[in-house]
Ligand binder design. Structure first.
Ligand SMILES: NC(=O)c1ccc[n+]([C@@H]2O[C@H](COP(=O)([O-])OP(=O)(O)OC[C@H]3O[C@@H](n4cnc5c(N)ncnc54)[C@H](O)[C@@H]3O)[C@@H](O)[C@H]2O)c1
Length: 461
């Protein structure tokens, strides 16, 4: 019997042990799902706190219940020796970009170096991290060859990208179709058996690079469309048209249109980052990637645009941005998660500090302002403020960056002197650009702020 068939039999009989490297937003749900499908699972992570939490049956990831982690009985490790026992090892480590938007594959390199002494015949290694086409071939195949393993005969190389949507119970492994590619037909056969044991929806692909490119295309598609709708928002503001009305209307077309919503910029580990992996590869190939780069530029410009809208709205009220009290609502990059990676709120905070505004924030899921790359690894000494009428009334402006669940937006509108809404929370009530002129007229009459009707206190940005 071939090594591939033996491994497939071990998978089908649930005798195989699954290893997952990187127990974060992508890796932990994957590990849990395999455990829930009857496999013994080992987890590996360089973050000792995560390892300790998982071994104690506690979830280190918001939205994943402790009980689920406790029931799965994943054996988590900081060291890699137990990788030797694993029949399949799935790599879910970060793939960020550097200061010049170049791919940083150090975590993948490090993982393979840590695994090297523990590789043996009969194992499958699957890369799940998002990356440029060619990565699995450049990194995983040489690691197997170095260990003296023949790919497709002794060991099996796969690429199968994560398609996790944190905070969305339907956007997780087991519910979302899974792309699977192998370095050889035998590898693909092993890959289909492996993932097929934990999810019913498989999409076999003809090559590793095609699967790598598919994942990037999916995320570039989002980045480009968000860039487009953010540009449309700026044009709409200049035309005094509500962009949300336009999107709602366009959405009634039953074919050839998919709605995207504008916002304060892009956030998270994927959409602001992954497109640059494609752009980088295209540059290497000497092929243009104009859409990708343009979307990046448009989306990266949004925090400055929002600050401009805020400054104009304050000006109308005779308040300078310098020294103004500004409350940020929502630090996370999207509603329902505590994840602040690449969140536009961080850049907005930085720009406000630079302009010497007095900034506070409220985010029910982010109790302390985190240290981030954009702030040179420093964490501002700020805690989430309880959202009360008194807090709102003490501000010059409230800037909605991320509408976290549980925020009482009716109270915000009632008590904040000015609300700058980047997400269309109040899209039916918002005053648009020329609304600011109307407001100015009203202000010239020296009305006290409380006399301004609540709907005049909201502008879209
Ligand atoms: N977060 C998402 O929604 C999402 C969705 C789809 C794909 N992805 C992709 O999945 C990959 C992982 O992203 P994530 O969001 O899960 O990141 P994450 O930061 O939440 O988790 C990654 C984990 O890997 C660990 N790690 C880093 N270097 C390691 C090493 N050398 N050895 C062992 N562990 C190491 C970290 O400590 C961390 O716990 C990325 O390529 C990302 O693009 C993420």
């Amino acid at each position: 019997m071939t090594t591939a068939l033996r491994l497939i039999q071990r998978i089908k009989g649930r005798e195989a042990r699954i290893g997952v490297v990187g127990l974060g937003y992508a890796g932990l749900p994957l590990a849990l799902r395999f455990a829930e499908c009857g496999f013994a699972v080992s987890g590996f992570d360089v973050d000792g706190e995560k390892v300790t939490a998982i071994n104690a049956g506690q979830s280190p990831i918001h939205g994943i219940a402790d009980g689920r982690v406790a029931a799965a009985r994943i054996e988590a490790h900081e060291e890699f020796a137990a990788a030797h026992e694993c029949d399949a090892i799935l790599i879910c480590v970060p793939t960020p970009v550097g200061p010049h938007k170049e791919p940083i594959l150090e975590p993948v390199r490090q993982t393979l170096a840590s695994l090297a002494p523990h590789l043996r015949p009969g194992q499958a290694i699957a890369l799940e991290s998002t990356t440029y086409p060619g990565t699995t071939e450049e990194f995983v195949l040489p690691a197997l060859a170095k260990a003296g393993l023949r790919v497709g005969k002794d060991a099996f190389a796969l690429y199968s990208p994560e398609r996790e949507d944190p905070g969305n119970p339907d956007g997780t492994f087991g519910k979302v179709p899974k792309l699977v590619a192998g370095a050889t037909p035998e590898c693909l056969e092993v890959g289909l058996a492996l993932y097929g044991a934990a999810t019913p929806h498989l999409v076999p692909m003809s090559s590793l690079a095609a699967a790598e490119l598919t994942k990037l295309y999916e995320n570039v598609f989002r980045a480009v469309n968000i860039g487009l709708v953010n540009e449309l928002k700026r044009i709409s503001h200049a035309l005094d048209i509500d962009v949300h009305e336009v999107i709602d209307a366009a959405q009634t077309k039953p074919f050839g249109f998919m709605p995207f919503r504008p916002g304060p910029g892009l956030g998270g580990h994927c959409i602001p980052v992954d497109p640059y992996y494609l752009a980088w590869k295209a540059r290497e190939l000497g092929v243009p990637s104009d859409f990708v780069e343009l979307a990046g530029r448009v989306n990266d410009a949004m925090p400055r645009y929002v600050i401009g809208r805020l400054r104009d709205a304050l000006d109308v009220r005779g308040v300078a941005l310098r020294g103004a009290r500004v409350l940020l609502l929502g630090l996370a990059y999207k509603p329902g998660v505590p994840d602040t990676r690449e969140s536009p709120a961080i850049e907005i905070f930085r720009l406000l500090e630079e302009r010497q505004a007095r900034v506070a924030y409220h985010d029910p899921l982010v109790p302390r302002f985190p240290a981030t790359r954009r702030l040179h690894g420093q964490a501002p000494d700020l805690e989430s403020q309880p959202l009360t009428p008194a807090l709102l009334e003490a501000q010059d402006a409230v800037l909605i960056v991320t509408p976290q669940p549980g925020i009482d937006f009716a109270m915000v509108r009632e008590h904040a002197p000015l609300v700058v809404d980047t997400r269309g929370v109040y899209r039916d009530a918002a005053v648009r650009v020329s609304g600011a002129d109307a407001l100015q007229l009203e202000m010239r009459g020296d009305f006290p702020s409380a006399a301004i009707p609540a709907y005049h206190r909201v502008i879209q940005a």
